[in-house]
Design a protein. Sequence first.
Length: 150
Amino acid sequence: MSTDNDLIKLYSQRILALAADIPLTDRLDAPQASVRKRAPLCGSTVTVDLDMEAGRITRFGQDVKACALGQASAALMAANILGRSRSEVEAGRDQLRAMLKDGAPPPLPPFTGYEVLEPARDYKNRHASIMLAFEATVEAMAQAEAEACA
């Protein structure tokens, strides 16, 4: 059973600050791809719009309706998303998942700062919300690449 101290640690000032200042929250007009992902357990949603050129994200916007942990994760990802390739975003996603599920270290640059979410490892019901921004972005990138090839 969680103690009050565990919850205080989980919702640290840093997490709350990230959640309050999410970058790139304006939806894009006429994006190449748009994907909405939902965490079924908690109902959190993230919608990602993006454009790509030469295999890299050139424009990005997101609408985040999630708990503070999901918002913090979306903020960390968006801070470094422009100019990223799909392989870089997939690596960040996979590293974040491994951090949460397997106790691996936080994601490597360019996706830094996720150590703030390490206390969430013990809260499996929050993992899907934390992963939403990465999951939506990877799917949107695949969608944009498919459209470019069509």
